[in-house]
Design a protein around this ligand. Sequence first.
Ligand SMILES: [Cu+2]
Length: 134
Amino acid sequence: MEKSGCHSPFIFVTAFSLVVAIPSVTRAQAQVSALEPLNAEPAEVRIVSTEFRFSPATVLIAAGRAVTLVLDNRGAETEHGLFVPGLGFRLQAKAGEIARKNILVEKSGKYDYDCDLPGHRDAGMTGTLIVVDR
Ligand SMILES: [Cu+2]
């Protein structure tokens, strides 16, 4: 379920190959820019869930970059989830609580998400995760 865990080594290898391929004159500078994101904390993307919608319903993240998806269910009166079928990613939070999990998507594209608790999707709890190359 923890997507980020299995993808992290791949990212490291990619960044490393990139540095090696760059001519020696610019290597020092390139190393900094290529490796800096690996040390940075994943950016947080907060999605607020209420009855029965997500806000925002459209979320943009970068391909190949870990982000922390935060499901903020503090203002809700019931449990809600955030499920991305295309990525096998799921977050679930009880009423009044927050859930968070890292996500790393390699492939750009549009991934629909919804709350998969009974009836919630039909009531309007849907959204789109847009992953862009950068
Ligand atoms: Cu729900």
